[in-house]
Design a protein around this ligand. Structure first.
Ligand SMILES: CC(=O)N[C@H]1[C@@H](OP(=O)(O)OP(=O)(O)OC[C@H]2O[C@@H](n3ccc(=O)[nH]c3=O)[C@H](O)[C@@H]2O)O[C@H](CO)[C@@H](O)[C@@H]1O[C@H](C)C(=O)N[C@@H](C)C(=O)N[C@H](CCC(=O)O)C(=O)O
Ligand SMILES: Nc1ncnc2c1ncn2[C@@H]1O[C@H](COP(=O)(O)OP(=O)(O)OP(=O)(O)O)[C@@H](O)[C@H]1O
Length: 528
């Protein structure tokens, strides 16, 4: 599934000779040809594109150059091996030859689109968890301040009236720069975007120097791609240097944040929510219905009172990060507090601690690694009078090591653990569930009776059964898929939205009650 291609309404024509000089490419062919945009995939080519033929993990993009040219590509950017493939295919367009295509791609796309990031204020957020939430909080505050905003991340790309669901957290550079140019054409003045570690490693954000970058935290994820934690950290750390950022705000609640703050090569402001030494610390955090009220206090005594209208202790960190990033960009503290009003950071983030109902409380959350799952469960535990029930699974073909950890965390913090499927992708689902269940059954470190551990598949059935059987004072956490609307099983995309399934079960529950006033659901309330 891929999102529709968005380009600015009027595209600039750029001479390939100028572009080659800009990115240090050897130009083979007619220097007077023009390009007006850049594309990575032959199937998405429009006339006037520069087709970037990247040697991928599976195939060399040059294999598709002839088709791209048939669709109107006017030049090709590739490496020496790609240039040979392009010539052998008899393509007559000029070829820009570089050593590393991905390394030249961001600068090429930014140049072709007129360096759009340079005319906006740009915020980039990275870290294992909290990127989407923090960018939504930034976007909410910026709009309250009267800015015209653009948002790019896992859920969607959004500006003005345009909202397009995302396929990647951080798009490839040609798509990203096309988006940014379309935003500039629509008078967007401020961008908040998520920067995944994949995107840094794969040069997707080359061509952007962010005004302010933010770091949330680091925990186990994506080790299938990065190999080691050290490598994962080093990739994220690249964002905190002068080629990619002007200044940084780092949450130093974990050791990785503290290290990022020490090793950053741009001016850093630190934020702490849990007692670490920092420039800004969170004080007087008070949980209240639907959120937390808090005050940010600077070393020099400045105080910024605010509020976040999302459940979960970690959302205090996300709001604190967003707040300090705004201050570091030059926003005046009093103006920010006034613009946010008494509700504070009041963004609705699809699939992130999204509360669907009150009795039982059904919450959909994107927690899909052990760390996020633990934090989500712990924060819901404190506000659940009945049982805490979690429905979740682990993804196939991704970081297998996290499966037993997720099972263990669920067993430690929930009263009922319902293990089901997440996105199995090409892997058979039952063995994935078995690895999660093994972790749950082996879990230790819990006081009192152990949890009830169930295996229910498919996921829609697990959600239906769990919501129907929950007591009014229970909390049901549907974890792992958040806003997602398709589930890949055995290579086939099946429609599945946790929120749709849960709402259907809640409606069935209400209908059942209307037919039979005293229902067995209430019995669950007695369980402590
Ligand atoms: C590991 C990874 O990121 N891989 C990306 C990489 O794939 P690849 O190297 O295997 O490419 P390939 O299939 O060999 O193809 C090589 C080239 O031929 C082109 N091609 C290929 C086939 C064709 O018919 N026509 C064509 O033009 C491709 O566009 C590509 O440029 O280049 C592709 C083209 O842009 C990306 O789609 C692909 O992302 C895949 C889909 C992906 O799932 N990426 C995930 C892991 C990712 O990036 N995730 C992060 C965040 C994760 C998180 O924080 O949770 C993200 O930012 O989304
Ligand atoms: N600051 C945080 N610390 C730890 N966990 C968090 C934090 N913020 C959010 N989470 C948890 O992580 C999940 C993902 O949150 P969010 O989508 O904001 O992060 P993300 O970094 O964008 O993740 P991804 O890149 O996987 O989309 C949430 O559903 C929540 O459970």
């Amino acid at each position: 599934m891929s999102s529709p291609r968005i380009l600015p309404p009027a595209r600039r024509q750029v001479l390939v000779a100028d572009l080659a000089a800009h990115v240090g490419a050897r130009l083979d062919g007619d220097p007077s040809a023009n390009v007006a945009s850049v594309v990575l995939d032959n199937r998405r080519t429009v006339p006037g594109d520069l087709f970037a033929a990247v040697p991928g993990a599976r195939v060399h993009g040059a294999a598709f150059a002839d088709d791209a040219v048939r669709r109107g590509a006017t030049a090709v950017l590739t490496d020496a091996a790609g240039a040979q493939i392009v010539r052998d295919a008899g393509c007559a367009v000029p070829v820009l030859v570089v050593e590393d295509v991905r390394a030249a791609l961001g600068a090429s796309a930014a140049h072709v689109h007129g360096e759009p990031a340079e005319v906006m204020t740009t915020f980039g957020v990275t870290g294992t968890n909290g990127k989407t939430t923090t960018t939504f909080l930034l976007d909410h505050a910026l709009r309250a301040l009267g800015r015209r905003t653009g948002l790019v991340g896992t859920v969607e790309t959004r500006f003005g009236e345009t909202v397009v669901p995302s396929t990647l957290t951080t798009p490839e550079a040609p798509e990203l720069q096309g988006w940014l140019a379309a935003m500039v054409a629509d008078d967007v003045d401020t961008l908040a975007m998520e920067v995944s570690s994949h995107s840094i490693a794969m040069h997707r954000v080359d061509g952007i120097v962010f005004d302010v970058v933010g770091f949330t935290n680091l925990s186990q994820d994506h080790l299938d791609f990065h190999g080691t934690f050290e490598e994962y950290f080093a990739t994220k750390a690249e964002l905190f240097g002068p080629q990619r950022a002007r200044r940084a705000v780092v949450v130093v609640d974990d050791e990785w944040g503290a290290r990022m703050a020490r090793e950053a090569r741009v001016p850093v402001t630190t934020v702490a929510t849990a007692g670490a030494d920092a420039d800004w610390t969170v004080r007087d955090a008070e949980t209240e219905a639907g959120g937390t009220r808090l005050t940010l206090v600077h070393r020099d005594g400045r105080r910024v009172p605010t509020r976040v209208a999302l459940p979960g202790g970690f959302n205090v960190a996300n709001a604190a990060l967003a707040c300090v990033m705004l201050l570091e960009s030059g926003v005046d503290a009093d103006e920010l507090v006034a613009a946010l009003g008494p509700e504070g950071f009041d963004a609705r983030v699809p699939g992130r601690m999204e509360v669907l109902s009150d009795a039982p409380r059904v919450v959909v959350d994107f927690a899909h690694n052990a760390d996020a799952l633990e934090l989500a469960l712990r924060s819901l535990r404190t506000t659940t009078p009945g049982r805490l029930v979690v429905v979740f699974g682990a993804t196939g073909e991704r970081d297998r090591g996290k499966r037993p950890h997720m099972g263990a965390v669920a067993a430690r913090w929930a009263d009922v653990v319902v293990v089901t499927d997440d996105d199995p992708h090409g892997e058979p689902p039952a063995p994935i569930r078995a690895e999660v269940l093994a972790g749950a059954r082996a879990a230790t470190g819990r006081e009192g009776p152990g949890p009830e551990i169930l295996e229910v598949a498919p996921r829609a059935e697990a959600i239906r059964q769990t919501v129907l059987e929950a007591g009014d004072s229970d909390t049901v956490l549907l974890a792992g898929r958040g806003h997602e609307t398709v589930q890949e099983v055995d290579g086939v995309d099946l429609p599945l939205d946790d929120r749709v399934e849960a709402r259907a079960a809640l409606a069935a529950r209400t209908a059942g009650r209307e037919r039979t006033p005293a229902t067995p659901h209430d019995e669950g309330d007695t369980h402590a």
